[in-house]
Design a protein around this ligand. Sequence first.
Ligand code: SF4
Length: 325
Amino acid sequence: MKVLLIDFDGKLPNLALLKLSTWYKQQDDEVFLNECGYPDKVYISTLFRWNRTKVEKLLQVYPGADIGGTGWNKKKKLLPEIEACKPDYDLYKVSDILPRIRGGIATKASKIAKAETIVNAGIGFTSRGCIRDCGFCDIPEKEGDFHQVGNIGDLLNPRSNVLILLDNNFTADPDVIEKLHEIRDRGLVVDITQGIDVRLVTPEIAQALSEVKHLRSLHYSWDLMSFERQVLDGIKTLSGSVKLWKHLCMMLTGYNTTFDEDLYRFRKLRELHIDPYVMPYNLTYPTEKHHHFARWVNGRIYKSCSFAEYEPWVKAQNDLQMSLF
Ligand code: SF4
């Protein structure tokens, strides 16, 4: 049987498809990623809601396709016997990941190196779910309460010492310190992709985080104004062990904060010498102001001009005024 697995969004190999690939190869089926003539079985996974129309078009080509992923059905799960499979690390090639590393000022060589790192990394969860129930987040509905699902050792890719950890709230894990020690002792380089919940960082967790090698910055978020005290206390605790230049703070905008509150959080983080990164809520329809603010912050254009002077935003306002006359 020919099995076609389709993944067209996200920057990382799709874990569900990696496991499906292992499962079908164990049944002696042929597995293809994204391209295959006349497949007998098709799976499509989409992470983002704004890609639903692409899935609908694919459904016209493959009407019997099995569709999953947060962007389509938050409740859909793999069968237990497939979930239990290890990822098939042969499914993705560098050429599958490279086109997804877009933009920025990185050279082609460094983008290829990044794609190689991703393809050769181990990937997966040691825990799923969360202890919180943030209204803007899909995790509580998709993954439920916090629960353990695996071990660090089960996630490793023999091709490298890089581990892409997908745990939804790693610092909520009662075993977080032991897991960080295991990562340190195995000499792994970890990417905690979902960030940490900085409000839960204790001096001991901060110390353990400082003892592991991180693939990139250590990120966390300050989403709502009501979290200010807890987030700032957590940052203070974390920075007792992890240098500030290694921090990155995501800021949710357009959910229930005003633009003044977005600017306030941005300024507060910059006062602390922390890099902010704006994540507009519901990326399908960010307002023009949110869009420009995100570009201004995430492109670090704030280092050369104020938001009021940011040319694309100034132009957008002028265009709007012109259109009113
Ligand atoms: S803490 Fe993070 S993962 Fe948990 S519900 Fe809130 S946003 Fe989602």
